[in-house]
Design a protein around this ligand. Structure first.
Ligand SMILES: C[S@@+](CC[C@H](N)C(=O)[O-])C[C@H]1O[C@@H](n2cnc3c(N)ncnc32)[C@H](O)[C@@H]1O
Length: 289
């Protein structure tokens, strides 16, 4: 069988994804080819020729991507901080937007020995595992309401602890439950949370509409149904001076800081933008009583 130039297969696949309206066709094709060939994306040029079965397999992945199956469902992986997570149907795919929230959280832990950290709405375990990876001395607790998402988190957590990382404590739970993690009340150094926050009825990309669980994305008419409980839960869990970071919709740049201010429990309330300069997460410190 005659081998073909990979460059040409990539160009053809890029045309298919462009015609299908996929947002970043070149990046996606290269990531799919790299996944298929088991090489890093930056090393693709070292694979000049590929055999027909490989070209066929690439076409199949591209056909599914053109049907707006998320790239990460096709590769089976997403990354946050220093961790690679298994992802797939039934759980939210971690997004690059969350990297800056993670960085803020890790910065607040500098100088704190053996910190206690809580990740509310953990999904695949992304924030919890990224914090634990960066801070092996931390006790990290993670909460998720959806058993299917929690199964992904357990899979990811088990894999990392088998590889020698500090285990994280996972539990099925609802941030609206006033007894959630009660044993940690007033002892937590950092609460991180990327909750569902899209206002109901907001149009979202096909990848989100058809492949992320709706309860991981939407949260009531104003998008704040879950986030309101997160603010209350963080106020209860944090020790004085402890930090909280909550991701939110780009329409919430005003409302989430107002929510944080309303209970008079938080201080140093700040709003932050994402890499595209859109309002994306709010942070605060638990006031000293
Ligand atoms: C936007 S996803 C984020 C997942 C993960 N934190 C990340 O950044 O990839 C929100 C997650 O919150 C979970 N969730 C929704 N409502 C919840 C609640 N009331 N209590 C706990 N988890 C909840 C969803 O099932 C989903 O996994």
């Amino acid at each position: 069988m005659k081998r073909q130039p990979l460059r040409l297969a990539i160009l053809e696949a890029q045309r298919v994804l462009t015609a299908a309206g996929v947002a970043s066709p070149r990046t996606d094709v290269e990531l799919l080819a790299a996944h298929l060939l088991g090489v890093e994306r930056t090393k693709l040029m070292m694979v000049p020729l590929v055999d027909p079965p490989t070209v066929e397999a690439l076409h199949e992945l591209v056909r599914r991507r053109a049907a707006h199956v998320p790239l990460q469902h096709l590769t089976g992986e997403a990354t946050l901080g220093g961790v690679t997570l298994s992802v797939g149907p039934g759980a939210f795919v971690p997004r690059p937007e969350t990297e800056l929230l993670l960085a803020w959280g890790l910065a607040t832990l500098e100088g704190v020995d053996a910190p206690v950290v809580v990740d509310l709405c953990t999904g695949t375990g992304a924030l919890a595992l990224a914090v634990s990876n960066a801070r092996p001395d931390a006790s990290v607790h993670a909460v998720e309401k959806d058993p299917e998402a929690l199964a992904w988190a357990r899979h990811n957590a088990d894999r990392r602890s088998r590889a020698g990382e500090t285990p994280v404590e996972l539990r099925l739970g609802d941030v609206a439950d006033p007894t959630l993690l009660r044993e940690l009340d007033g002892t937590v150094d950092l609460v991180v949370c990327n909750p569902p926050y899209v206002p109901a009825g907001t149009p979202v990309p096909v990848e989100v509409r058809d492949h992320d669980p709706p309860e991981a994305v939407f949260a009531g008419r104003d998008g704040l149904d879950v986030l309101r409980h997160v603010v209350g839960c963080a106020a209860r869990l944090l020790e004085p001076g402890g930090g909280v970071a909550i991701e939110h919709d780009d329409t919430h740049g005003g409302s989430v800081p107002v929510l944080l201010r309303s209970g008079r429990v938080f201080t140093a309330i700040e709003e932050h933008t994402d890499l595209a300069s859109r309002p994306r997460f709010a942070t605060a410190r638990r006031a000293v009583d």
